[in-house]
Design a protein around this ligand. Structure first.
Ligand SMILES: Cc1cc2nc3c(=O)[nH]c(=O)nc-3n(C[C@H](O)[C@H](O)[C@H](O)COP(=O)(O)OP(=O)(O)OC[C@H]3O[C@@H](n4cnc5c(N)ncnc54)[C@H](O)[C@@H]3O)c2cc1C
Length: 424
């Protein structure tokens, strides 16, 4: 770090303080020592060193499940989340009504995501839809989850299998090593060097994939984001959806664009409060972003693959939701034909030509319309669990996720209560 005017001034101030207090006979050794040490450290190597099998970047909908799965399958695992809790769009964004674990009268996604949702609902005294009944409208089988409980239970499950959680941290630079990766991360007051064999990028925008220079896809005009809030009556978490306002142009690319989205979203909420003269009872801390970068993968899921329910040869999880593209004029979901259950191939999780990195969540390789359906939470959780298995097996066998035997991935998924395409 350069010796800026500011840091020189700070050092002088510290020296003066030390001298001043010592002169008055009031020197507190520890205070003096800490101040000088902290200043010196600024010029040195990362403060923390962490060596793990699997690094998960992004503790959101998919990443939380990926990390728990990796931990349960025996991988030493660290999860980096740049916000303050697990759950991502579901908790920090407030979209606490995950869809869809069932299709056409039966459950098609289970495993760790389902376990977490189920426990949250049970602990909260909430209700489940009857999966045996095919609902008239798809959203009727979404499950109302208490976002606060979900985030705490997710932490408990990570801790139970030794998954280390690092909030407020994110990768700053990445270099390849003979065994995998060296990832230098920062958080406030923290610098950490991570040595890992495998990375699972669950950042929602394929941020690590972008840092590594692999190509990504993004639309010129993305679907709007939404700011979630409640006015005029208390919010009952786990019992209802909150209100939402579109944030057009919401862009999660970087801290500046995300700041703009949050300020814009909150400004719209303020305008509504003023107009309706109702009390603001609940406001999520961050805009929910529907769409961002997607990877260019080994396989792309097209809208035809999605709507025809193509069973990919390397399918690792199911997905289910209408094609659901939000635009400036709203959304008109296009339901899937009866009996159709789309699948997600392992190849869609692998950045083309990469080794030792896998992606899960809304940034998997898919065209825009397919993505508008497969990005929903139960599908992201299913992908997260599969990515956790593939990365763990790759770390154990010193190979890369795309070269792990599919049979082995399926077996470990079944051992951990996931539903493999074709099973349900
Ligand atoms: C308004 C809205 C309504 C929706 N409605 C529904 C619905 O009704 N039902 C449904 O099932 N789905 C719905 N969805 C879709 C669904 O919620 C998301 O597509 C899904 O949650 C995405 O999961 P993810 O794991 O890919 O990303 P996220 O859950 O967003 O997780 C990404 C995480 O990565 C973290 N992160 C990002 N970059 C970094 C970094 N560099 N370092 C560390 N951490 C990082 C973020 O802080 C975040 O926690 C909706 C989405 C929105 C926005």
């Amino acid at each position: 770090m350069k010796d800026t005017d500011q840091s020189t001034a700070r050092r002088k101030f510290l020296q003066q303080s030390i001298l001043g207090s010592a002169g008055a006979g009031l020197a507190i050794a520890s205070t003096t020592h800490v101040a000088v040490g902290a200043d010196e450290k600024e010029n040195h190597e990362p403060e923390l060193a962490t060596e793990v099998d699997v690094l998960v970047v992004g503790g959101g909908t998919a990443g939380t499940i990926a990390a728990i799965q990796a931990g349960r399958a025996g991988a030493s695992t660290l999860i980096l989340e740049r916000n303050s809790q697990l759950g991502g769009t579901m908790t920090t964004g407030g979209v606490a009504f995950p869809g869809l674990f069932d299709a056409w009268g039966k459950q098609i996604i289970a495993g760790i995501g389902w376990e977490l949702v189920k426990e949250s609902v049970e602990l909260d005294g909430g209700k489940f839809p009857d999966f045996a009944k095919v609902p008239q409208r798809h959203w009727q089988n979404q499950i109302y989850v208490n976002q606060f409980l979900y985030a705490i239970l997710a932490e408990e499950k990570c801790e139970a299998v030794g998954v280390q959680i690092a909030y407020y941290e994110f990768p700053q630079s990445i270099a390849e090593t003979p065994d995998g990766w060296q990832v230098d991360c920062v958080g406030f007051g923290t610098r950490r060097r991570v040595l890992c064999k495998q990375i699972i990028d669950c950042s929602g925008g394929a941020e690590v994939v972008g840092m590594l220079g692999f190509p990504r896809l993004r639309e010129e005009e993305r679907q709007p984001g939404s700011m979630l809030f409640k006015i005029g009556g208390g919010h009952l978490p786990g019992r209802e959806q909150v209100h939402r306002l579109y944030v057009h142009g919401a862009d999660s690319t970087n801290s500046r664009t995300a700041t703009l989205a949050n300020v814009t979203g909150r400004r719209s909420v303020l305008a509504k409060v003023r107009k309706e003269k109702k009390q603001l009872m609940h406001l999520q801390p961050e805009t929910g972003f529907r769409e961002s970068y997607r990877i260019v993968g080994e396989t792309m899921v097209t809208v035809n693959d999605y709507t025809s329910g193509k069973r990919f040869d390397d399918a690792i999880s199911n997905a289910f939701y209408p094609v659901d593209l939000h635009t400036k004029s709203g959304v008109k979901p296009k339901p899937l034909k009866p009996g159709t259950v789309p699948t997600i191939p392992l190849g869609a999780l692998i950045p083309k030509g990469s080794r030792n990195i896998i992606v899960a969540g809304r940034s998997v390789c898919s065209d825009r319309l397919a993505n508008s359906g497969l990005r929903v939470q139960a599908s992201c959780m299913g992908m997260g669990q599969a990515a956790g298995v593939a990365a763990t097996l790759a770390a154990k066998n010193n190979t890369t996720p795309f070269e792990v035997s599919l049979q082995q991935i399926h077996q470990v998924l079944r051992d951990h209560d996931a539903i493999v395409p074709g099973d349900a």
